[in-house]
Ligand binder design. Sequence first.
Ligand code: SF4
Ligand code: SF4
Ligand code: FES
Length: 244
Amino acid sequence: MSTERWTVNFLVSRKIGDTKAHLESFKIEVDPDEYVLDGVERIWAFHDRSLTFRHACHHSTCGACGMLVNGVEKLTCITTIRSVTHNGGTLKVEPLRNFPVVSDLVVDMGLFYTRMDEVKASQVVPVNNSTLPYETVEFPADGIEHERLADCIECGCCISACPVALTTDSYYGPAVLAGAHQTESILKDGQAFNLVDHADGIWRCHSGFECSAVCPSNVDPAWRIMDLRRRVIGHRIKQFFGKK
Ligand code: SF4
Ligand code: SF4
Ligand code: FES
């Protein structure tokens, strides 16, 4: 942190109930080395306690704080104010695209999480039988260890940046397909192929890599989708010739 002080005009998207979203202006003093999320929190703390937004860890782990900052998907807890505006400048904060907006900066990620489960991105392996270098979490409900995609923090930034997800919400989207890639990489049983080898899965992607460009966690979902396509084709050819 520095002793420098900037005055920044935060333009924050507000949406309450069924009203149309609009931008509200909050001029606040900030340390430019603070993060965008710090600015949003300051607005909530000192200007408007009704502002809603998601956050938890403040260190790029929970994936809750993804927002559009000046129109670009960012994890706001690691995006410095200095990197996105200047002293006396404007900083626009909006909710992620391609998700239903619940209120203000909060989006509904329910469908995304459900799809992550559908492609078995929560890996299921027998308890105490994992030799994999990934963190595992035991869910008491079923006594089975589930492994999330190693690097994906499920922030939704890639889905927000995806132009195909913008055109249809039936498309699985980059993080989900990346999850399927991880599933197949671990289990190597070909089952994940069946879950994504269809028009709303790997074949709808137009290979522009916008998702990988905004991913804050080096998951590189677009590369994973391309690799899944390659693997699916190989798998189908083998099946055609009667090999497993
Ligand atoms: S590469 Fe595919 S998944 Fe990634 S943003 Fe483009 S269309 Fe979406
Ligand atoms: S793939 Fe990257 S951008 Fe997409 S949800 Fe996971 S961490 Fe976020
Ligand atoms: S607050 Fe957890 S990732 Fe930003």
